[in-house]
Design a protein around this ligand. Structure first.
Ligand SMILES: Cc1cc2nc3c(=O)[nH]c(=O)nc-3n(C[C@H](O)[C@H](O)[C@H](O)COP(=O)(O)OP(=O)(O)OC[C@H]3O[C@@H](n4cnc5c(N)ncnc54)[C@H](O)[C@@H]3O)c2cc1C
Ligand SMILES: NC(=O)c1ccc[n+]([C@@H]2O[C@H](COP(=O)([O-])OP(=O)(O)OC[C@H]3O[C@@H](n4cnc5c(N)ncnc54)[C@H](O)[C@@H]3O)[C@@H](O)[C@H]2O)c1
Length: 451
């Protein structure tokens, strides 16, 4: 869309649904499902507000229809019609390279000056004994279910696994997550612990540090035997154990495009190291796998290809796991910042328990951690209500190299969750101001001298 509107001649090739993974089988249906689960949970948890709690009746097929409506509502923005109206030639078939500067698409040859590979990723299938012989779901099939799984076993406790675990649990399924290492392991452990405790409190069974040693079909569905000997039986199995780039149809060898099992081999400019006509963006580029990362990549390519300007992809992007409470990260985690800056690091912490809005809404679990080096934030981790919205301020502060004092001095409306930022920033100064005998001496002196 950007390229054509800036005057380039553009062909867009899509082999499946317009809108890709995010719209059809990723972000959008998962957030719509989480929203349905949240509505159900609010009914169960109304008691403390003085409202009789009810066990909601969930029409699972109607929930599935809700996902469909949300997708259809957004789809026009990603549609063939919209792109054609902008002047893009849209071809609905699979593309493959036939030479370093030609693609074959449905019998047609396309010769181009530049190519952008934006083919996304698929669910990775881990080498678990028996997986090939049992029925399993991935993100490409689970959102199509019209019947509620009785007991959903989820292989993988990353963002995909944990978001769907909470959604299905709240919609009435039993859910067991089997995680080989640490659940939500890319996030700050203190913040991840808040989310895991909340999920366990809702009845999600999370088995960490557990390999599945065998899977087999049983009459009720699937049986999983874990390394510790536990035997789990589920009606359905979801594989959410990471992603592999979707390069299999492209015949990259014919195009002279080097790749690994992580994606097309590119540097920070996103240009193929082996074919200078080719760029790779999004999940296919082997970096962070988020829609906003893919969108930022698109800007990096447009700048270089259309304007001839230098551009590089950002080494880090923020991310959010949309459980309730939410889990958000921008910049460095405490562990990363400690490794990079050692004793120069100050870690500021504040809990949502000290935030009056969170108290009023009975959502006071969670914390904000801010990593500060030489008076400027270099990272923030948040677990709590609306963490995904709250991380925006820290993203700006880090990107614009704003001093922590500027955040502490902000006047923010009361009572808002956003005040957690001011409170966390204030912690940088409170120790220096309030526990400092020199400050106390100065204040006493000023009190005596000032009339
Ligand atoms: C369950 C789930 C939830 C997620 N939630 C979030 C979220 O909340 N926020 C977030 O930022 N990210 C989320 N993600 C990640 C996000 O979906 C991806 O990072 C994003 O879709 C990547 O965009 P992309 O353009 O690289 O690839 P895609 O969106 O996958 O698009 C690639 C397109 O290329 C097409 N294609 C592939 N090969 C060919 C070929 N040879 N010829 C023609 N067409 C081809 C595919 O059909 C597809 O339509 C989630 C992922 C999952 C699985
Ligand atoms: N809210 C969001 O932005 C969001 C939501 C969902 C997915 N995504 C993106 O999509 C991508 C895929 O998500 P994901 O959660 O599938 O991947 P992931 O790589 O983030 O997590 C996969 C998890 O599965 C575990 N695992 C791997 N093999 C296993 C095995 N054999 N048994 C048990 N556990 C195993 C890993 O240890 C890891 O914790 C991620 O990169 C993520 O960034 C983003």
């Amino acid at each position: 869309a950007g390229a054509v509107q800036m005057g380039a001649s553009v062909v867009l090739v899509e082999g499946a649904e317009m809108g890709g993974d995010c719209l059809n089988t990723g972000c959008v249906p998962s957030k719509a499902l989480l929203a349905a689960g949240k509505a159900a949970e609010a009914m169960r948890q109304a008691g403390p507000f003085g409202i009789t709690p009810v066990q909601p009746e969930i029409d699972f097929a109607a929930v599935k229809d809700h996902l469909g409506r949300v997708i259809s509502g957004i789809a026009p923005h990603d549609s063939q019609g919209r792109f054609e109206a902008l002047g893009v030639t849209v071809l609905r078939d699979w593309a493959r390279f036939i030479s370093p500067r030609e693609l074959e698409v449905g019998g047609q040859t396309i010769r181009a000056r530049r190519f952008v590979i934006a083919t996304g990723s698929h669910a990775a299938l881990p080498p678990v004994p028996g997986l090939a012989a049992v029925p399993y779901l991935t993100n490409e099939t689970i959102f199509g279910l019209r019947d509620r799984p009785v007991h959903l076993l989820i292989l993988g406790g990353g963002p995909a696994g944990m978001e769907l675990a909470q959604a299905y649990r709240r919609l009435g399924s039993r859910v067991t997550v089997i995680e080989a290492a640490r659940a939500l392991g890319r996030d700050d452990p203190d913040c991840a612990a808040v989310v895991l405790e909340a999920l366990r409190g809702e009845g999600v069974d999370i088995r960490e540090g557990q390999d599945v040693v065998r899977l087999r079909v049983i009459p009720e569905g699937v049986e999983a035997v874990l390394a510790d000997g536990a035997v789990l039986t589920g009606s359905h199995l979801l594989v959410a154990a990471g992603r592999i780039p979707a390069l299999e149809r492209l015949d990259l060898a014919a195009g002279g495009v080097a790749c690994t099992d992580k994606g097309v081999t590119v540097g920070a400019t996103l240009r193929s190291v082996s074919n200078r006509r080719v760029y790779a963006i999004g999940d296919a580029a082997g970096g962070p796998q988020f829609t906003h990362a893919a969108a930022a990549h698109a800007g990096v390519v447009i700048r270089q290809v259309l304007l001839g300007l230098p551009a590089k992809s950002a080494p880090r992007v923020p991310w959010v796991t949309y459980t309730e409470p939410e889990l958000a990260q921008v910049g460095l985690t405490e562990t990363e910042a400690r490794a990079a800056f050692g004793d120069r690091l100050h870690v500021l912490r504040t809990g949502f328990a000290g935030n009056d809005r969170a108290r009023a809404e009975l959502k006071a679990e969670g914390l904000v951690k801010v990593m500060v080096v030489r008076g400027r934030p270099v990272g923030a981790s948040i677990a709590g209500p609306q963490a995904g919205e709250l991380i925006g301020l820290w993203a700006l502060a880090i990107a614009a190299r704003i001093r922590i004092g500027t955040v502490a001095g902000l006047i923010l409306p009361y009572p808002t969750l956003g005040e957690t930022a001011k409170r966390a920033a204030g912690a940088y100064f409170s120790a220096k101001l309030f526990d400092n005998p020199a400050v106390k001496r100065v204040v006493r002196l000023v009190q005596r001298l000032v009339p």
